[in-house]
Design a protein around this ligand. Structure first.
Ligand code: FAD
Ligand code: FES
Length: 583
């Protein structure tokens, strides 16, 4: 028989003395673990179901760790798995947070003497001392280095700290599906000289559940101001234990002068978030996802940081064994600006259905670039994806890039119901119809000349474009197919009765209907969270209690139920007459 004192530092008043008698067992061993059938049950998720055992062989007692998840320690030393360690009174076995003190083996009179050496339970675990040995040195089977008398045992490191997911039963892991969540940064990856990926986990761990291509909104406090910005989730839901965003530093606009501040949040994240930082995010949001529109052939087109939702979709497609042929075209400034370059090359090498094409627009001195160069045009599209007409297309990138791709696809008679785009910034101005362009003299900066259009059509032998689609108008709202044109926004006529009432704040502001409600709120000091200010992210949504508004673009990011409840996107909504907002 072996007498053990079981100490749980979390329950210092519940010290237990346990007798184990391996000699009475069929196989001469007693099991220790979390499983209820164990002879000594240690009830904690950190403890493996069958963690270790005490056995008796030839009249001697041994402890062995049964390949537990978090390991065991004997007198402060890590125990090798499945190896017998001879144990004697005075030895301490540590299993997760539990200390098992060997009080007595066989002979009753040693008990009292040993108990004198047991540290007081009130002492913190960091102060705990190794009990003094009272017998001869350990047998050669346990080659412990000399443990100095009174030496302190290192504070136990909970396995939660180094393998948090391993201590939770898979079925007990919580899913993060929607809402706010505090996350902790565990890795920072430099993708390029000005782009970083931040990898996050939650404490306790969760399974991040979202659709590839969706985004989260970070809520931060910078310079005592609350700010929100949205970032696409660049990781994939097929690897749900972590969530990543990939952020590009935003410089001041070109030729904007020294006084212009650079991008606030992107630079702040680069300079302030370190491993261990905690931030709050909200999401997932967005409908820009191939998940919603299953298809057999995809064409992903991105430029700059617009690569992030495409990366999530690509990783997800590859991970989930989708039988979908993907052409991923990415446009970067120079080879050193290509985000995720190595991983994309690897994916293309390992997945026969995944084809990568990268074009760079600038030469990099001293570097050879053997791939495509220049901007995406119809000729390049034909080279990269000759069957583009059969593909579902997703586009994300800077505004000018998206504008030109959208125009090009329209002029190629691409079926725009299979065309999806997401903007990271302010909305592009709606283009006018070809007819109205002729009528007024707005400069057709992005409009290909008829000759070029004709050449493209000849080149691709395109069908005649249906009359209804021929006016070239395209909605600019993000993550929506672009099937039919919508009339350009005509802002509400000025009216002296136009006013916005912010019901919660008790403020009313008279206006001319030319300012979005978000701007009016800010002018009046009414707090409304915002991020993209362009109707993309949904951060600024508020309930309209009364009145009418006119919207610039489609409030695509709002759910049908939210629309029915009266929610509007205040950044793109203009009051018509008197409007009451729940803010
Ligand atoms: C759905 C969605 C997904 C997104 N995903 C990503 C992503 O994956 N990766 C990514 O990097 N970004 C992404 N973005 C963009 C991101 O949300 C931010 O817009 C971006 O990081 C810039 O934010 P910022 O705070 O750094 O810049 P801001 O402070 O908002 O500034 C933007 C620009 O305005 C200029 N500016 C600021 N103040 C002034 C002033 N007073 N006068 C003149 N100019 C001024 C700045 O110099 C800068 O050029 C996404 C956006 C959306 C809507
Ligand atoms: S701030 Fe993004 S939708 Fe209004």
């Amino acid at each position: 028989m072996i007498k053990i004192k079981v100490i749980d530092p979390q329950k210092p008043d519940q010290v237990e003395d346990v007798d184990l008698s391996p000699e009475t067992m069929l196989n001469q061993e007693c099991l220790i673990g979390r499983f209820v059938n164990c002879d000594l049950v240690l009830d904690s998720v950190e403890v493996s179901r069958r963690h270790g055992k005490i056995s008796k062989k030839n009249g001697t007692y041994y402890f062995a760790d049964l390949a537990s998840r978090c390991g065991s320690r004997i007198n402060g030393e890590n125990a090798h798995i499945n190896q017998d360690y001879l144990i004697k009174p005075g030895d301490t076995i540590q299993i997760a947070r539990f200390f098992l003190m060997i009080l007595h083996i066989g002979v009753e009179e040693n008990i009292t003497k040993l108990e004198e050496n047991i540290p007081k339970l009130e002492e913190s675990t960091t102060q705990r001392e190794v009990p003094k040995r009272i017998e001869e040195p350990l047998s050669p089977q346990f080659k412990s280095p000399t443990i100095p008398e009174q030496a302190a045992i290192a504070p136990p490191i909970s396995p939660e700290k180094y393998m948090p997911v391993a201590v939770v039963e898979p079925l007990q892991l919580q899913r993060w599906v929607k809402g706010e969540l505090a996350v902790r940064c565990i890795d920072i990856i430099d993708e390029t000289y000005d782009v970083r990926t931040f990898r996050f986990v939650a404490d306790p761990p969760v399974l991040f559940t979202y659709k590839p291509g969706q985004f989260v909104t970070l809520d931060l406090e910078i310079n005592d101001e609350e700010v929100s910005r949205s970032y696409s989730i660049s990781s994939t839901p097929s690897r749900p234990h972590t969530l990543e965003i990939t952020v590009k530093r935003v410089p001041p606009p070109p030729n904007s002068g020294d006084e212009t501040p650079r991008g606030l949040v992107s630079n702040w994240l680069h300079e302030n978030v370190t491993v261990g930082s905690k931030i709050k995010l909200d999401g997932p949001h967005g409908k820009f996802t191939c998940f919603a529109n299953p298809c057999q052939k995809l064409l992903l087109i991105s430029a700059g940081s617009g690569i992030t939702p495409m990366m999530s979709m690509s990783r997800w497609l590859c991970d989930t064994g989708a039988n979908c042929n993907v052409i991923f075209f990415h446009c970067a400034r120079s080879p050193r600006d290509i985000i995720f370059r190595q991983e994309l090359e690897l994916m293309s090498a390992r997945h026969p259905n995944f084809h990568l094409a990268v074009s760079t627009t600038r030469k990099e001195p001293g570097h050879t670039w053997l791939s495509l160069t220049g901007r995406l045009d119809a000729t390049m599209l034909q080279v990269v994806a000759p069957d583009f007409y059969d593909r579902t297309v997703y586009v994300c990138g800077p505004d000018a890039f998206m504008e030109s791709v959208n125009q090009m696809m329209e002029s190629l008679n691409f079926p725009m119901q299979n065309y999806y785009e997401e903007s990271f910034g302010p909305p592009r101005k709606k283009r006018q119809s070809a007819e109205s362009k002729q009528k007024d003299s707005i400069s057709p900066v992005h409009t290909p000349t008829p000759t070029v259009q004709q050449n493209w059509k000849d080149m691709f032998n395109l069908p005649a474009r249906p009359v209804a689609e021929s006016n070239g108008d395209s909605p600019v709202a993000a993550s929506k197919p672009v099937p039919t044109p919508t009339p350009p926004l005509s802002k509400p006529a000025s009216s002296s009765k136009t006013a916005v009432v912010f019901s919660k704040s008790g403020k009313e502001v008279a206006c001319d209907g030319e300012e979005p409600i978000l701007n009016l709120a800010e002018q009046e000091g009414v707090k409304i969270r915002s991020s993209c200010r362009s109707g993309v992210c949904g951060t600024c949504k508020k309930r309209k209690l009364e009145g009418e508004v006119k919207g610039e673009g489609e409030p695509d990011v709002l759910e049908e139920s939210e629309l029915q409840e009266g929610y509007i996107l205040t950044c793109i909504s203009y009051p018509i007459g008197r409007v009451v907002i729940d803010a």
